[in-house]
Ligand binder design. Structure first.
Ligand SMILES: NC(=O)c1ccc[n+]([C@@H]2O[C@H](COP(=O)([O-])OP(=O)(O)OC[C@H]3O[C@@H](n4cnc5c(N)ncnc54)[C@H](OP(=O)(O)O)[C@@H]3O)[C@@H](O)[C@H]2O)c1
Length: 354
């Protein structure tokens, strides 16, 4: 058996830097966990000369994806570039070449997860994606393994920290939407182009992933009814408060017989609900199952180290499987009978949670 597991990192931005930092600074600790050394072989970037928060040997950097995808010393490819292309093509190629993959990419997993998972299965390698939903909160592994004895009845989730930060500021400080968005951008919580966050697109990708796992069916992002927060105004928060409600952008999946309803939109939540108390950039996912009743997962849904926690834990899980040549217990199979639907009309503002 070969000594050590070779890691190729695609991307050295917020998440990639966190992952590289953990791999380099916690090498001994991770070696004990994995049972063999994890060795960072190469890192793909666009701009090798860019100033970075992390000190990394320049020789590790490359702008040629093939230096990682075609390197026989790389066992696990970690994709933290983001976006659909070329991330999807790189993941496909890595799997085709018999490498396992860890990705934090919700867009690729929401749109192409089933085909990529099946390719990984065909090739006898592993595809893990814990960081794609909820950053540092363990969600994918619990859905794939820990709560599988349950019939999942529903998911109510706050899975976009940018929106939750904006809504919290509007409610708490009386900020108008534009002002709260600007402050989210200044703090690095929102992109220069915030469309994916504020229009609920990001949340719809994450909900598609969670619902697919929870109900073991293929839920596509386009199945999700979607309404963002950009049309909310300060007066909505005043009325909500007077009536004893908080406004949150919720991602909701509910099973109803042979179909599953999936939707993302602003919701009026009674102020004493746990989800109504989730403030700022935090994420929370409440799951209802026939055996455990209600479970709440809560924590940091983004950020370099919380997200690196999920990515590196995925690397460890794969490293252990590679060492033991274990079959993949986290493999997903989908129910072909179930249908996803979003039967809600476009309603305008927040909806009372039911
Ligand atoms: N940020 C978070 O807190 C967070 C949380 C959970 C999941 N995620 C997911 O993690 C992924 C990465 O997010 P991020 O925030 O780390 O992104 P980011 O800060 O924008 O970093 C992207 C990195 O990828 C590199 N890159 C981009 N396009 C490339 C290309 N075509 N070829 C080669 N390199 C390329 C960039 O290179 P340069 O540095 O040279 O420009 C940069 O290092 C995304 O899928 C995101 O949804 C992020």
């Amino acid at each position: 058996m070969k000594k050590g597991i070779g890691i190729g990192l695609l991307g050295l931005g917020v998440v990639g830097s966190g992952v590289a930092q953990v791999l380099l600074q916690k090498a001994d600790f991770l070696e004990r966990q994995a049972g063999s050394p994890l060795s960072l072989k190469r890192v793909l970037v666009r701009h090798p000369g860019k100033r970075r928060s992390l000190k990394i040997a320049p020789a590790l950097l490359t702008t040629r994806a093939e230096d990682i995808l075609q390197d026989p010393a790389v066992d696990i490819v970690v994709e933290v570039i983001g976006g659909e292309s070329p991330a999807r093509e790189y993941i496909r190629e890595a799997l085709q070449r018999g490498k396992s993959v860890v990705t934090a990419n919700k867009e690729v997993m929401a749109k192409y997860g089933p085909e990529l998972l099946s390719l990984a299965g065909e090739k006898g390698v592993f595809l893990h994606f814990e960081a794609s939903v909820g950053g540092g909160i363990p969600l994918i592994a619990p859905f794939q393994r820990d709560i599988r004895a349950n019939d999942i009845r529903g998911i109510h989730a706050i899975i976009n920290g940018t929106c939750n930060y904006i809504l919290t500021r509007m409610a708490r400080e009386g900020a108008e939407f534009a002002e709260a968005l600007k402050s989210a951008q200044e703090l690095g919580y929102a992109e220069a182009d915030p469309t994916n966050d504020i229009e609920g697109i990001d949340a719809s990708y994450k909900l598609a992933i969670l619902a697919s796992l929870a109900f073991q069916m293929v839920v596509r992002p386009e199945d999700v009814y979607r309404e963002g927060i950009s049309r909310l105004a300060l007066r909505d928060f005043k009325f909500a408060r007077e009536l004893g409600y908080a406004i949150r952008l919720l991602a909701i999946a509910k099973r109803d017989g042979d179909s599953v309803e999936v939707r993302v939109h602003p919701v009026l939540l009674p102020e004493d609900y746990l989800l109504a108390k989730v403030d700022g950039v935090f994420n929370a996912v409440q799951v209802e199952g026939d055996l455990f009743g209600k479970l709440l997962f809560y924590g940091q849904g983004a950020g370099a180290l919380p997200t690196a926690s999920a990515v590196v834990t995925d690397i460890l899980a794969i490293a252990q499987k590679l060492r033991c040549a274990a079959p993949d217990s986290s493999r997903v199979s989908f129910d072909q009978q179930l249908r996803a639907s979003s039967p809600w009309p476009r309603s305008g503002r927040a909806t009372i949670c039911g």
